[in-house]
Design a protein around this ligand. Structure first.
Ligand code: FES
Length: 139
């Protein structure tokens, strides 16, 4: 599944996708929107054009639900799926510490040229949490 754009100056694919990446790409978890979300993150990568939206529901400072809609490559879909799985049950502070590397590691790794897709997932989560904090007037 090497259908993503090649970005000028980047090296060729240096490793195949892990089984876990393929599994999350083919059966993504938590696809869709949350009705009346507490936070919405909306991010995009201007180079490849991929777009990610992430919705969170927060109760008593715990992220109880997360969903996503991603228009993007297979790795963007897999990292969106994984970040929504990782974030559920975490406090807001714990969720802010979820890094793109943690998302990639949970997927069994990503080829180097696809690491930017995991950065989009991290940014979408942070954007949703920022939105939640603004709405709840905590920033
Ligand atoms: S190629 Fe754009 S996020 Fe994967």
């Amino acid at each position: 599944m090497l259908s993503c754009l090649l970005i000028e100056g980047e090296e060729k694919m240096d490793a195949p996708y892990s089984q876990k990446v393929m599994e999350h790409f083919q059966n993504p978890r938590n696809v869709g929107e949350i009705e009346n979300p507490d936070g919405i993150g909306h991010v995009g990568n201007p180079v490849c054009g991929d777009i990610m939206e992430l919705y969170i529901k927060v109760e008593n400072n715990i992220i109880v639900d997360a969903k996503f809609k991603t228009f993007g490559c297979g790795a963007a879909i897999a990292t969106s799926s994984m970040v929504t799985e990782l974030v559920k049950g975490k406090t807001v502070d714990e969720a802010l510490k979820i890094s793109n590397r943690a998302v990639a590691e949970a997927l069994g790794g990503l080829p180097r040229i696809k690491m930017h897709c995991s950065i989009l997932a991290e940014q979408a989560l942070r954007s949703a949490i920022d939105d939640y904090l603004k709405k709840s007037k905590k920033v």
